[in-house]
Design a protein around this ligand. Structure first.
Ligand SMILES: [Zn+2]
Length: 186
């Protein structure tokens, strides 16, 4: 008898929009901010540049500036990147916001609620057990494997614990791919 899975299914985690920021507003009780469409501000001071990413409170619209670069020599910027800051390039907005260094420097966390999607083909439930699933991350959306697997398979978390063998710790959020094997019910 072989224990090799007969079926391998690909799952993909995608970002569907930019996440919000957990960010305490100084003017109102809100703790949530958004980049909206995404806007940078670039300020030149001699040969030094400051670059900020602007975010606004979701409740009162107060704008705050997140430091991207501080007093940085113009000559050290890639011209394409610098142009991107000037024209509010949406891909540059996304990569800037999702860079963990920005969150550390500006003391916020990303709120991924409803900002991502799992694409999972239907799991054939009555044949060819066990099933192996390979989970890939198209974007760095932090998810707990146990919650993702429960959602993707429509199982309760106790069922996931009983029936799923995973190659990584299931209760620790991650943004890197992993695989798991779903065992049949016995
Ligand atoms: Zn506010």
């Amino acid at each position: 008898m072989s224990s090799q899975p007969h079926i391998v299914l690909p799952w993909v985690v995608h970002r569907t929009r930019l996440p919000l920021l957990s960010w305490r507003c100084v003017d109102c009780p809100s703790e949530s901010a958004t980049t909206g469409a995404g806007r940078f501000r670039v300020n030149a001071n001699g040969k030094l540049l400051d670059v900020w990413l602007l975010v606004r409170c979701v409740r009162c619209d107060r704008t705050s500036k997140l430091t991207v670069y501080e007093r940085t020599p113009v000559s050290s910027f890639d011209p394409v990147e610098l142009h991107g800051y000037h024209v509010n390039d949406s891909r540059l907005v996304a990569s800037t916001l999702l860079d963990p260094a920005l969150a550390r420097r500006n003391r916020f966390a990303l709120d991924w609620t409803d900002a991502w999607r799992l694409d999972a083909p239907p799991t054939p439930l009555d044949e060819a057990w066990p099933v192996r699933v390979e989970v890939a991350f198209r974007d760095p959306v932090p998810v707990r494997p146990d919650r993702l697997v429960a959602r993707g398979l429509g199982l309760s978390r106790p069922e996931v614990q009983r029936r799923v063998k995973c190659d990584v710790p299931m209760r620790r959020s991650r943004i890197a791919g992993f695989t798991f094997t779903l065992m049949s019910v016995r």
